[in-house]
Structure formats: C-alpha cells, structure tokens
Design a protein around this ligand. Structure first.
Ligand code: ZN
Length: 61
C-alpha cells in the first residue's frame, strides 16, 4: 500500500487480524488491509484502539 507502513504486532480492533494494520505516512489515519477498518487520527479512540496507538508509539521509539 503506497503511503502506508505496516505496524508490526498490531491487532485490528474490527476483524482481529494481526499485522494487518497500516499507518499512513503522515500518521493521519490507521487502516486494516484485511477488512474495511479505517480510523482517522482526529477521531476519538476507544480503549482497544488506544492499545494500537500505544504499540505504534513503541515501534516508532
Ligand atoms: Zn481488520
């Protein structure tokens, strides 16, 4: 997927697939390549989705 990077170990909150979550290069949105899950960064994240954001931060460190 052009303009997106895979987040290793991230679990999709919608379909539960592992390693299917991609983050847009400008960090503005999160997508799942296995289902149609899409989350804009401006949206409010629930607890499960916050775990994905946390794992993204860990990987970026
Ligand atoms: Zn999914």
């Amino acid at each position: 997927m052009k303009g997106f990077k895979f987040i290793a170990g991230a679990v999709c909150p919608s379909c539960g697939d592992i390693d299917s979550i991609v983050l847009k290069n400008d960090d503005s949105e999160i997508r799942c390549v296995s289902c149609k899950y899409l989350k804009m960064k401006g949206d409010e994240f629930d607890k499960k989705e916050n775990n994905i954001i946390e794992s993204i931060k860990i990987i970026n460190d």
